[in-house]
Design a protein around this ligand. Structure first.
Ligand SMILES: Cc1cc2nc3c(=O)[nH]c(=O)nc-3n(C[C@H](O)[C@H](O)[C@H](O)COP(=O)(O)OP(=O)(O)OC[C@H]3O[C@@H](n4cnc5c(N)ncnc54)[C@H](O)[C@@H]3O)c2cc1C
Length: 490
């Protein structure tokens, strides 16, 4: 087993661990990031609505909450960050639908509050303007509160880009490396992982839904978190133009939040119920998707079940009511020096840019000496996305590399060239290819392209197809060769 040493160890390669790694790479300091999965952003970061929000139309973002400060400070930082590291960012704007005068007066108060808190640009839209902006929205809406600042991103691509930029600038990143125990010495921590021991002076614990479990190894869990499961449904790309803005309604009498949003890739996402659940239980059922769809039809009545192509569940970590359900944990442990816990149940993607900066300050306060890295390069270039290029650029790319002329995923028009580029940048699994290129994310959900992607992975990685997994560890896709199995049985 390997023995490693570093100044700072980041646990977790979700959006928050990634943003901290990238911020630390601005300085001359040894950093290792460990992630237990085979790729980055596969925790809460992938089970997401992809909205960069600021909560101007809800009381859940109280000025006294630390979380609010992180979200509001991040708002102007997200677009420049996405430009620097070349990830898609789309400012779609948000429409909070108003159904009656009682809701109107609530929204008037919320608008005034948002302005007082420095959130600018909110405006009321009357029914006719709403109809022009969104012709398919329910006729029951008498207007909407419009926030033009709201945007969408791809959280997994954001995370991968942050990690790639951190690696470029010297951070050591280890995947399929799970932290299993931490011992606290006088001046350092000894961290046992599935791939060896790491000695470090500082720990940034960004383990998402396991943040409390990791903190507990050294009694640094001076906070309580409750897992809440949320569901997201994905609608067919053919409906991409049905709505252009993120649209939602206030929770109804049974507390269901109805929300529909475009994504940067052209699909519509909808989010519905949230409920306490056992951590790690990501199960979804058709019934849950149907309830979600029924709620959604209150916003866009034309939608039907055949428009739904997939649904998934994810976990948000909520705090207790004394602190505030929606408050976050971004703080050094009160009991254990040099141990920083970070967990933002919602909206951790939106709050990421400011969280990264704040963790640097916290580490400095804990004693970490930081000197600028003169070689820091803030830019990172994404690989080409074939279906977003002009015909001329597509031809140019194919003339340089024929593999860009071979479409592997027909639903999303993903080429062999893109899949090979993803492998060269670190994808080793079917899901790695899916989240990096979108192969398998379309209407057929990988029915057509999966065997082809497996063949390319096997060829490029130089391993037998039987060794290719869906998502690392033991998730093998091919268990037996059917002919051998039949022969063995006869
Ligand atoms: C349904 C839903 C919708 C959401 N919608 C939005 C939205 O629209 N906008 C928004 O801003 N936010 C949204 N959020 C919230 C957002 O997804 C989270 O706040 C954010 O992703 C948290 O990022 P993270 O890096 O802290 O956690 P994670 O992404 O969970 O990352 C933690 C990482 O730590 C790794 N890890 C865990 N244990 C170990 C270990 N022992 N060793 C090594 N690694 C470990 C995990 O594998 C994981 O990759 C949503 C969340 C849900 C559930």
């Amino acid at each position: 087993m390997a023995q490693m040493e570093t100044e700072v160890l980041i646990i977790g390669g979700g959006v928050l661990g990634a943003v901290v790694a990238r911020e630390l790479s601005r300085y001359k300091v040894d950093v290792i990031l460990v992630e237990k999965e085979a790729d980055f952003g596969w925790g809460s970061t992938k089970t997401n609505m992809c909205i960069v929000c600021q909560g101007g139309d809800t009381l859940e973002f109280r000025p006294e909450y630390h979380r609010s400060k992180l979200v509001w400070t991040s708002m102007p930082l997200m677009e420049p960050l996405c430009q620097e590291i070349d990830v898609p960012f789309k400012r779609v704007g948000e429409l909070a639908l108003i159904r009656n005068n009682e809701e109107l007066s609530k929204f008037q108060k919320l608008k005034a509050r948002a302005e007082k808190l420095g959130m600018n640009g909110h405006q009321f839209i009357d029914q006719d303007t709403l109809r022009q902006m969104e012709p398919h929205v329910t006729r029951k809406a008498i207007g909407a509160l419009f926030d033009p600042n709201i945007a969408v991103v791809d959280p997994v691509r954001l995370t991968i880009a942050l990690i790639e930029n951190a690696i470029q600038n010297g951070v050591d990143v280890k995947r399929e490396t799970e932290v299993i125990e931490i011992d606290r010495g006088v001046n350092q921590f000894e961290v046992q992982t599935s791939r060896g021991t790491i000695q470090c002076r500082y720990i940034v614990n960004a383990a998402g839904t396991s943040v409390d479990k990791i903190a507990r190894f050294v009694d640094a869990d001076d906070f309580v978190l409750y897992p809440i499961r949320g569901y997201v449904g994905i609608l067919d790309k053919n409906l991409g133009d049905l709505v252009k803005h993120e649209i939602h309604m206030r929770p109804d009498e049974i507390g269901q939040m109805n929300i529909l949003t475009p994504s940067v890739h052209g699909n519509l996402f909808f989010g519905t119920t949230m409920q306490p659940a056992m951590r790690g239980d990501y199960s979804t059922t058709r019934k849950i998707a149907q309830i979600g769809l029924k709620n959604l039809q209150k916003i866009v009545p034309d939608l039907s079940e055949k428009d739904l192509i997939n649904a998934f569940a994810g976990f948000l970590m909520f705090r207790n009511w004394e602190v505030g359900w929606h408050e976050c944990v971004v703080q050094p442990s009160r009991k254990v020096p040099r141990f920083i816990n970070i967990c933002i149940g919602y909206p951790g993607v939106s709050a990421a840019p400011a969280t990264g900066r704040e963790v640097i300050e916290l580490l400095q306060r804990e004693g970490l000496k930081l000197e600028s890295n003169p070689k820091f390069n803030p830019t990172r270039k994404a690989p080409p996305v074939f279906n977003q290029l002009s015909e001329e650029k597509q031809r140019e790319l194919i003339s340089k590399d024929m593999r860009y002329g071979h479409v592997v995923c027909r639903c999303e028009t993903v080429t062999e060239g893109e899949i090979v580029a993803a492998i060269q940048r670190g994808a080793t699994t079917l899901d790695g290819i899916k989240f990096r290129t979108r192969a398998g994310m379309g209407r057929c959900q990988g029915g057509f392209c999966t065997p082809r992607v497996v063949k390319i992975l096997s060829r490029e990685l130089g391993v037998n197809e039987g060794k290719i997994t869906k998502k690392g560890w033991n998730s093998h896709l091919l268990l037996y060769k059917s002919k051998e199995l039949i022969e063995a049985q006869t």
